[in-house]
Design a protein around this ligand. Structure first.
Ligand code: SAH
Ligand code: SF4
Ligand code: F3S
Length: 440
């Protein structure tokens, strides 16, 4: 039997699209392997959100050159965001001639056809950002899920926001929302198959439905999903502060299935930086959202993405970001150093020195760590329902899972528990990770 190996970079969107690539390849009777020496086809699902992500992907694609010499029949495929960047098709043609197929995120359904073509023709490259029949094709694309007990479900593709630092709108195209019925149908079938957590995906889930004329909205979608029978949880990401509203928060607060956990990236605590980023909200509005969420759901886990080193960021702007971190009290935050992306507005601005960026990121990380550590202490002695997800990293005999509010908890247990809900009493807290034991 033919074998495939997929390497995935980037966000959950890519993780899920790799499941679609796997689904398509399994339809062609390929089966999965982790060993490149066994593979007949290797797929790189790439990310280009920051320079580091891109370098990692290029590095690993480079390694395949050697493999292709050993096995000239090996089919090398590059999909994902990087392949959609302006000029990158030529880079692959010229510098990575052993890459056989290049496809954009919205074209992965073409993979089977391309594989057949790649066997008989020399024109092996194809990239098309915005096929008209994308939704229709996507609905029919098979999925081989790989993250039990979680199932990823896309609700909206692309992004219309054009934050001035971000490459995503250029590589993923405009927003397209699926219809409520097909999302609900997919969630139901995942629940019927035994998945215990459904994560709804979109670059900005709150703008779900805006591109449709049937009145679909994220609030309506959540309300419909909450009605589905069975014991399961729902998460969603990512929320944009300009579009998150009280109606959505009320639905989450009153729901049975939707986790009290909101990832609400602030990016910066300075109004002038937010404006230059084209984020279209103010720090005051952002903090009022946090207050509103906490008033309606005191236990809600709120997390964020924060970026330092945006071109216009002054020392005062950075101090304002630290102030925001103190006020927002995130249970955790992803912290990033701004990385110029080709073709974006911010890449053309005058850039901040690497030394300043380094000193700012260190201060930011230290502050958020101290907030996280402080918040973690509040969990000690309390009991939480945890969905068991996986073996704990590097700890034999231990498992890990998440609370409703999204905190990772480690406890003694065995693999049979994966996919079960257990009650865990927390007795230790180390920064972001909580430790406890299962109680009846
Ligand atoms: N759609 C989501 C997340 C997109 S990418 C949102 O809008 O929140 C995830 C995170 O990567 C962003 O929140 C941002 O903090 C970071 N990011 C995006 N572009 C970046 C860049 N050019 N340099 C550094 N970090 C970036
Ligand atoms: Fe990028 Fe902004 Fe869109 Fe998020 S909302 S994907 S940060 S452009
Ligand atoms: Fe990367 Fe594309 Fe996701 S650029 S972060 S894989 S949307």
């Amino acid at each position: 039997m033919n074998k495939y190996k997929i390497t995935t970079y980037g966000c959950q969107m890519n993780v899920h699209e790799s499941e679609k690539v796997a689904g398509l390849l399994e339809k062609l009777e390929y089966s999965a392997t982790d060993d490149i020496n066994e593979a007949d086809i290797v797929v790189f699902n790439t990310c280009c959100i920051r320079d580091t992500a891109e370098m990692r992907a290029f590095g690993n694609i480079g390694v395949v050159k050697h493999q292709k010499k050993k096995n000239p029949n090996l089919i090398v495929v590059v999909v994902g965001c990087m392949s959609q960047q302006e000029g990158y098709l030529d880079i692959f043609k010229q510098k990575y001639p052993y890459v056989d197929i290049v496809l954009g995120s919205r074209n992965i359904a073409m993979l089977p056809k391309m594989i057949l073509e790649s066997k008989n023709s020399k024109s092996k490259f194809r990239s098309n950002l915005q096929p008209d029949d994308y939704l229709e094709t996507d609905e029919k694309t098979p999925v081989t899920r790989t993250s039990f007990p979680n199932a990823w479900v896309n609700i909206i593709y692309g992004c219309n926001n054009f934050c001035t630092y971000c490459i995503v709108p250029y590589v993923r195209g405009r927003e397209i929302s699926r219809d409520i019925d097909s999302v609900v149908k997919e969630v139901k079938s995942c629940v019927d198959e035994g998945y215990k957590e459904i994560t709804l995906l979109g670059q900005n889930v709150n703008s779900y439905g805006n591109d449709r004329s049937d009145g679909a909205s994220f609030a309506k979608l959540l309300a419909e999903i909450d009605k589905i029978e069975g014991k399961f949880r729902v998460r969603f990401m990512t929320s944009h502060p300009k579009d998150l509203n009280e109606e959505i928060v009320d639905i989450i607060a009153n729901s049975k299935k939707i986790c009290k956990n909101i990832h609400l990236p602030a990016q910066s605590g300075s109004n002038s930086v937010l404006e230059a980023m084209n984020r279209r909200y103010t720090v005051e509005h952002y903090l009022s959202l946090i207050d509103m969420i906490r008033e309606k759901m005191p236990d809600c886990g709120i997390t964020s993405d924060i970026m330092i080193g945006f071109p216009t960021e002054t020392e005062q702007d950075f101090e304002d970001t630290l102030t925001l971190i103190k006020k927002a009290q995130y249970s955790s935050a992803f912290t990033f150093v701004y990385s110029p992306r080709q073709g974006t507005i911010a890449a053309k601005m005058e850039q901040i020195s690497p030394a300043v960026k380094k000193s700012r990121i260190m201060k930011l990380v230290a502050l958020q760590n101290s907030v996280t550590r402080q918040i973690s202490k509040n969990y000690i002695g309390k009991e939480y329902e945890v969905l068991v997800e996986d073996k704990a990293n590097k700890l034999d005999g231990y498992m890990c899972g998440r609370t409703d509010c999204g905190r990772l908890v480690t406890f003694k247990g065995d693999e049979n528990l994966i996919g079960e809900f257990v009650n865990v009493k927390i007795n230790e807290a180390h920064s972001a990770s909580l430790f406890g034991n299962i109680v009846e």
